[in-house]
Write a protein that binds this ligand. Structure first.
Ligand code: NAD
Ligand code: MLT
Length: 311
């Protein structure tokens, strides 16, 4: 019998195939504290997570029977993949099931920020008719700088072009042929940062991308630039962003992700020029179904000793 712990909310439909298998038992136990997770993880051969569960080296050390971790989403920064690999535990993610949802959310945040929609909405709900206070900016002919031109970055670029924006991107792993195919200009990080009216980041959070956008980068930006982070907290240093907002370098920011989640202590949360959502990029019915099906399917193959992908 293979026992699988589901420790973050994952679509039930996606789990059907695993639930139907006679030799697989699924236990859904969400909102576990780290101590509770440490106490029970030793009983399981499989673990399913989204981004809330922190699969640290300590958790992996306690997971004596664990063979596979399924990540219902893209980013594996909440899992110590190196420690898992050293213990022979396979990590499988769902790399493309939430691409469109994350790109649409990033673009929704960009527009909401450009036109002050959440702030104006809030004022009107409170009985204030503030037409002069909320003068926005158009997207037409503005430069959108995209840092990280992978699946989500490319979908954001397509949407930006439909709004007649000029797209420039920085991605050291993107070939000039691919950039040409996408119809976008490729530049260094400095070139992108200096030219952009809007900057959106779409890289994974790695040692290389941690604080990729920090104080020196903010000082290179155009005054009045607007920033979007719907990728991962920590790609942009929050302290530096706050300072750049207060100095008037940054006119607005739209954030879905934070260095600490939930970001209750962060001054950015209540900053009047910051539009915020609680890590909702992949929170659509379609994306949650896609990622759950994709990851459950691959974990099923793994447990049945059949070929699997995305490890
Ligand atoms: P992807 O792997 O397709 O694309 C990432 C891109 O970043 C690649 O093209 C890669 O070359 C580039 N990159 C890597 N290191 C870089 C660096 N140092 N500088 C510039 N570019 C670099 O991944 P994706 O599907 O586009 O997802 C990107 C990230 O978005 C995920 O890792 C995840 O953290 C985040 N995400 C967030 C949500 C959400 O709910 N907010 C949803 C999905 C994904
Ligand atoms: C991801 O990396 O896929 C996103 O952060 C979405 C999620 O965790 O659900």
């Amino acid at each position: 019998m293979h026992k699988i712990l589901v420790s973050d909310p994952i679509s039930e439909v996606g789990l059907t195939k695993l639930r139907e298998a006679a030799d697989i038992q699924i236990d859904v136990k969400t909102d576990l504290s780290q101590t509770e997770l440490l106490e029970i993880i030793g009983d399981y051969q499989g673990l399913f997570v989204r981004s809330q569960t922190k699969v640290t080296a300590e958790v992996l050390a306690a997971a004596k029977q664990l063979k596979v971790i399924g990540r219902a989403g893209v980013g594996v920064d909440n899992i110590d993949v190196k420690a898992a690999t050293e213990r022979g535990i396979v990590v499988i993610n769902a790399p493309d099931g939430n691409t469109i949802s994350a790109a649409e959310h990033s673009f929704a945040m960009l527009i909401a920020m450009a036109r002050w929609i959440p702030q104006a909405h809030q004022d009107l709900k409170q009985g204030e008719w503030n037409r002069k206070k909320y003068v926005g900016v158009e997207l037409n002919r503005k430069v959108l700088g995209i840092v990280g031109m992978g699946r989500i970055g490319s979908e954001v670029a397509k949407r930006a072009k439909a709004f007649n924006m000029n797209v420039i991107c920085y991605d050291p792993y993107l070939t000039s042929e691919r950039a040409e195919q996408l119809g976008i200009a490729l530049g260094t990080l400095e070139e992108v940062i200096k030219q952009a009216d809007f900057i959106t980041v779409h890289t994974p959070l790695t040692k290389e991308t941690k604080y990729l956008i920090d104080t020196p980068q903010f000082f290179m930006m155009k005054k009045g630039v607007r920033i979007i982070n719907c990728a991962r907290g920590g790609i942009i240093r929050e302290e530096a962003l706050l300072d750049a907002l207060d100095k008037g370098i940054v006119a607005g920011a739209a954030l879905d992700v934070y260095e600490q989640e939930p970001p209750m202590e962060s001054p950015l949360r209540q900053h009047p020029k910051v539009v915020t959502t609680p890590h909702l990029g992949a929170s659509t019915e379609e994306a949650q179904l896609n990622v759950a099906i994709d990851v459950a399917e691959e974990v099923y193959h793994f447990l049945k000793n059949e070929p699997f992908r995305n490890a």
